[in-house]
Design a protein around this ligand. Structure first.
Ligand code: NAD
Ligand code: ZN
Length: 357
């Protein structure tokens, strides 16, 4: 049965809450087999929190990282499901960050034409973004999320307890998507979180807040024919930089770090098009650089980044279509942009003052 939305469960004690669900499913014979997908980090840090209740489950472990989010790893997952004789009444539990969620969800949605899956996101980025909205998939031939489907998990369990073992850099990366949600939809929250340090942020509150904003937007436009595009604010230029730096191992950036860059650049374009004021642009730049610092990009690299932005699969017929801010807290989509403005926006970023982290 195709799920058209998920039940999102906020919990302060996932072990207790999930056990109740699992017992019910097993008692009802709803699922014959339960599989848990992990990577080496979530096996070490997250699985032990749940191992007692997973005593009747099979664990599938794959290597961590975006570089493994590909069809080859899907082959390993489908292979193990097949070896374990998983039938259509199986459940796959994806315990990990966005890589595990996107890829595990994709494997579940396609294995035997689809088995149920649930998401237990363990990174901030996956909790506030990747686990919500039904987009699943893997990277292919250098393009992010090139192969995938829309399908919703049965449940998403959100417990910020998992964030305790998350490296600080990963935490801040996830924070970029929270800033994005505020910039496109909530001025008041933007002001509130801008004033606090990372250590002072109230993650429980922010996860609920981001999930609320994203769910509301997705509900209005599940397949991204219009409004949902605003969730891509910062992502056209951000993805371009992320893709460009993929090939330079010593300069690799995390997704959120690239999106932080993209949000400054796309805010500049919003300013250039008279949508936001100079004051708003300066505020956005200062806040983002305060949390993320600045990525060194030289003028000679602009052309390549712009070229990659043109290849973004969200563009139609080679024209870049951007999400821009109308003000802090309001976004609109499908703006075209001239090559000159793109060039100027990268210059703005490169010349902007590097605020101390
Ligand atoms: N489907 C969507 O709508 C959507 C939205 C945004 C991002 N994404 C995808 O999400 C992915 C990025 O997700 P991510 O940032 O979570 O990356 P990730 O899954 O690679 O996790 C980051 C790192 O943290 C480790 N980790 C995870 N949880 C941990 C924990 N609790 N303690 C210690 N270490 C832990 C992982 O093993 C990994 O090394 C990208 O592939 C991106 O395309 C998808
Ligand atoms: Zn993102």
């Amino acid at each position: 049965m195709m799920n058209v939305s998920s039940q999102v469960i906020f919990t302060k004690n996932i072990a207790i809450d999930l056990e109740q669900y699992l017992r019910q499913w097993l008692d009802n014979k709803q699922y014959k087999n339960i599989f848990v997908l992990v990577d080496e980090n979530t096996r070490k840090h997250c699985y032990p929190i749940l191992d007692k209740i997973f005593s009747q489950s099979q664990v599938i472990e794959i290597p961590s990282g975006e570089l493994n989010k590909n069809i080859h790893t899907c082959g390993q997952i489908w292979g193990q499901l097949t070896d374990f004789k998983a039938d259509r009444n199986s459940l796959l539990i994806n315990l990990g960050g966005g890589v595990i969620g996107d890829m595990g969800g994709f494997c579940a949605a396609t294995y035997k034409r689809g088995i149920d899956f649930i998401q237990i996101p363990t990174t901030l980025l996956a909790q506030v973004d990747a686990s919500i909205g039904g987009k699943l998939g893997v990277d292919f031939q250098g393009f992010k999320n090139q192969i995938g489907v829309f399908q919703y998990p049965k449940y998403v369990f959100l417990d910020i307890g998992f964030l305790q073992t998350l490296p600080q850099r990963q935490l801040i990366s996830g924070f970029a998507e929270i800033l994005k949600h505020c910039l496109i939809a909530d001025l008041k929250k933007w002001k509130e979180i801008s004033r606090k340090s990372i250590a002072q942020q109230d993650w429980a509150d922010l996860v609920v807040h981001s999930v609320g904003i994203k769910s509301e937007i997705v509900a209005q436009d599940p397949k991204e024919t219009g409004l949902r595009k605003i969730l891509n604010f910062g992502h056209t230029l951000g993805h371009a930089l992320e893709t460009y730096l993929l090939e330079i191992p010593e300069r690799q950036v995390l997704h959120g770090e690239a999106i932080a860059f993209g949000m400054i650049v796309e805010s500049f374009i919003s300013f250039q098009k008279n949508l936001i004021s100079k004051t708003e642009l300066s505020e956005i730049t200062a806040v983002i650089q305060h949390f993320f610092g600045k990525i060194d990009i030289s003028k000679t690299e602009f052309e390549k980044i712009i070229e990659l932005a043109h290849q973004d699969k969200k563009n139609t017929s080679q024209q870049i279509r951007l999400v821009l801010l109308e003000s802090i807290g309001k976004a609109s989509y499908d703006h075209s942009v001239s090559p000159e403005t793109l060039q100027q926006s990268l210059e703005y970023y490169a010349n902007s003052y590097d605020f101390e982290k």
